[in-house]
Design a protein. Structure first.
Length: 286
């Protein structure tokens, strides 16, 4: 059965279109999860041929943003806001794009293959994960090439812990957090990170311990009091839904913006909780 025949009028047209829209939405999310942004754009366009839809417009805007088409992305966020004036995702991203467009122009570098962090990084786990802000940020033009969900590489640079994404330096981890991690890295630990929220003057990341050197046995990377949400997984149902649920949950935490991956995640602990200051003796004793 052709796509056009599915959209023809008839007694079962409403049911057929609802089923088709659901199928296309699943395909659009799968394409975004696989970082197939051209495919995601095409599928969301097909959804919009059925009827106006603010979520499809937001997804389409996300796809164009990832492809480096900032001007087109803003147009679709504006379309989403016209359909649903309460869309906080569209409103927030229009504001962000206004700043980035003035710095980067209507086009920027498309997202690189493999630039998205694996979903496992974004699973909150007490002692294994923590959140941090970046300081000494790159220019807005360079940050225009970074999005929530992107992989962040951390590398020691003297007394600083440098953060890079999409092949460029984007800032350094705030000193309070970096000081502890640098000691553990020097002793053999390894860490991975991903962008959880990002603005023109604020970038927030989640950091996960991926390997603990035997010398660091008993030393906790991110000391914090135990919480009910000691292990909080974010899987396909919550991560890429186009940063929808995730952005909204972050907003409740007074932050700006994962899924298998096109988006970002809720914050379970504050930075102060995740990176409590400890003296060297405490660090050594674990």
């Amino acid at each position: 059965m052709s796509f056009n025949s599915l959209t023809d009028s008839g007694p079962s047209n409403a049911v057929t279109q609802t089923r088709l829209k659901r199928q296309l939405t699943e395909q659009a999310i799968a394409a975004a999860t696989a970082a197939d942004w051209a495919g995601a754009a095409e599928i969301n366009q097909r959804i919009l041929e059925l009827a106006p839809d603010s979520e499809a417009e937001n997804r389409l805007a996300k796809a164009y943003w990832e492809m480096g088409e900032l001007g087109t992305a803003r147009e679709h966020y504006q379309a989403a806001l016209a359909i649903d004036p309460t869309s906080r995702i569209a409103e927030r991203n229009i504001t962000r794009l206004r700043v980035l467009l003035s710095e980067a122009g209507k086009k920027t570098v498309p997202a690189k293959p493999g630039s998205k962090a694996p979903v496992s990084i974004f699973v909150e786990e007490t002692g294994k994960t923590g959140f941090a802000h970046l300081v000494d940020l790159a220019s807005p033009r360079e940050l225009a090439q970074v999005n929530p969900g992107d992989l962040v590489e951390l590398s020691p640079d003297g007394p600083r812990l440098k953060a890079s994404s999409n092949g460029m330096d984007i800032g350094v981890v705030e000193p309070r957090v970096a000081a502890r991690l640098l000691k553990l890295i020097a002793e053999g630990n390894k860490y991975a990170a991903g962008v959880t929220s990002l603005g023109d003057r604020d970038v927030r990341i989640i950091v996960r311990e991926t390997y603990q050197d035997p010398r660091n046995y008993g030393k906790v990377s991110f000391p914090t009091a135990a919480r009910v949400s000691d292990l909080r997984p974010y899987t396909k149902g919550t991560l890429v839904r186009e940063e929808m649920e995730l952005e909204e949950e972050l907003e409740l935490d007074e932050e700006d913006e994962i899924e298998d991956i096109g988006s970002v995640m809720t914050v379970g602990v504050t930075e102060d909780e995740a990176f409590e200051a400890e003296d060297d003796d405490e660090l050594d004793e674990g």
